[in-house]
Write a protein that binds this ligand. Structure first.
Ligand code: ASP
Ligand code: MG
Length: 405
């Protein structure tokens, strides 16, 4: 088999960890596999570099930022290749450029456009283990780019797809994907298997094991992923195409997101184009709106519009909304910071009814008020009071029987 193994920051945090990674890689190779390794920077390194940049400049240029940030993965890829050679296997380290990872020109959050893997294929044919610096690429004009935070997951998946690998293993410091945050629910269960779609929802809802974009890529190109720990030999969680078995489970996981602010515009005129105006302006400011609820008054003259934005953008969003309210002569603007979003996710919802009702009932039974609701085919999300987050996670985990049996 051709296996891509990606090791995250904690897995390559120091010399001892890098040697442990090398041992696992060599073991995998000696079992008769071709191995391509993708590494992150040592944990904390990227943050440290960002911090340094801000110490010397109030507004560092993104081009130089990318040169700087890509250095972290250069270090770990070179060290990992050395450690593998030390164990008697041939290994060679490649930068993003040497791997032929061609991206667009958007510095600090570039998209991969193609991978010209000729050199990598030749090295693999010559029985080298490849160690690729994750998170980085190069533009057509040879500018170094990075792929956004957590981007080495994406590097790994894209490389697995380009090389037509049989499996892409993502090594991290947890055993896999859990039914919910084990810090809140100690008997949360590790999932053996989860669908790409569920994983995308969970990742974008704040379950931090995988970068959302990497799962979207894996789903599109059908790259089977395994999330597992580099600290033990437990089997991990397989992220794969949906199958019949997955449908039998109604809810696969409970997620929460405390990074939410709700903004409400009251008494806006009810006529075509109003929502377009509001959300165009907010989108143009680069703010990502999550939930939107609109309610039109019975006489049909006015509407209230509520929406949520990431807490980190709430000041900017509020300022814009105030401007818009004045222009539209809306009645007012209200904001709530003390909220969180609780979600249940599961492909089984497509074929089971009454799932949302059970969620609402459970919250009601515990005196938790629902402020906003949104649903998709495989997800129900509720905005609730921030202080009930942990309680809501616990009771929903129980209602949908997600705990270890
Ligand atoms: N080192 C980069 C980061 O911290 C990329 C990664 O670890 O995936 O975001
Ligand atoms: Mg990561």
């Amino acid at each position: 088999m051709l296996i891509v193994q990606k090791y995250g920051g904690t897995s390559v945090a120091n010399a001892a960890r890098i040697k442990a990674v090398a041992e696992r890689v060599v073991r995998t190779a000696r079992e008769g596999n071709k191995v391509v390794v993708v590494v992150s920077a040592m944990s904390g390194e990227t943050d440290k570099l960002i911090n340094l940049a801000h110490q010397v400049s109030a507004n560092p240029k993104e081009r130089e930022m990318d040169l700087l940030l890509s250095s972290g993965e250069r270090v770990t890829s070179a060290l990992t290749a050395m450690a593998i050679e030390e164990l008697g296997c041939k290994a060679t380290a490649f930068t993003g450029r040497q791997m032929g990872i061609i991206t667009d020109k958007v510095h600090t959050r570039a998209r991969i456009e193609k991978i010209t893997a000729d050199r990598a294929k030749k090295a693999l044919a010559d029985n080298y283990i490849l160690v690729i610096a994750g998170f980085q690429g190069i533009t057509e004009t040879e500018e170094v780019t990075t792929l956004g935070r957590g981007g080495s997951d994406l590097s790994a998946v894209a490389i697995a797809s380009a090389l037509d690998a049989d499996l892409c293993e993502i090594y991290t410091d947890v055993d896999g994907v859990y039914t919910t945050d084990p810090n809140i629910v100690p008997d949360a269960r590790k999932l053996d298997k989860i669908s790409f779609e569920e994983m995308i929802e969970l990742a974008s809802l704040g379950a931090k094991v995988l970068q959302t974009r990497s799962v979207e890529f894996a789903m599109k190109y059908e790259v089977p992923l395994v999330v597992r720990s580099s600290f033990n030999d437990n089997p991990g969680t397989l992220v794969t195409k949906e199958d019949k078995e997955m449908e039998r489970v109604v809810v696969s996981g409970v997620a929460y997101d405390k990074n939410q602010t709700k903004i409400t515009l009251t008494g806006v005129p009810d006529r075509p184009g109003i929502a377009a105006t509001i959300f165009k302006r907010i989108a143009d400011a680069g703010i990502i709106v999550d939930m939107i609820v609109q309610n039109v008054s019975i006489d049909g003259k006015e509407a209230d519009i509520s929406f949520t934005v990431p807490k980190t953008d709430s000041k900017k969003a509020l300022k814009l909304t105030d401007e818009i309210a004045r222009e539209l002569s809306a009645r007012g603007v209200a904001v709530r910071e003390d909220i969180s979003k609780i979600s249940i996710v599961g492909v089984g919802m497509r074929t089971h009814s009454g799932v949302a009702a059970r969620m609402f009932e459970t919250l009601a039974k515990h005196g938790i008020n629902i402020i906003m609701i949104s649903t998709s085919e495989i997800k129900v999300s509720c905005i609730i009071d921030l202080k009930y987050t942990e309680l809501a996670v616990r009771v929903l985990h129980e209602t949908f029987e997600l705990a270890l049996k």
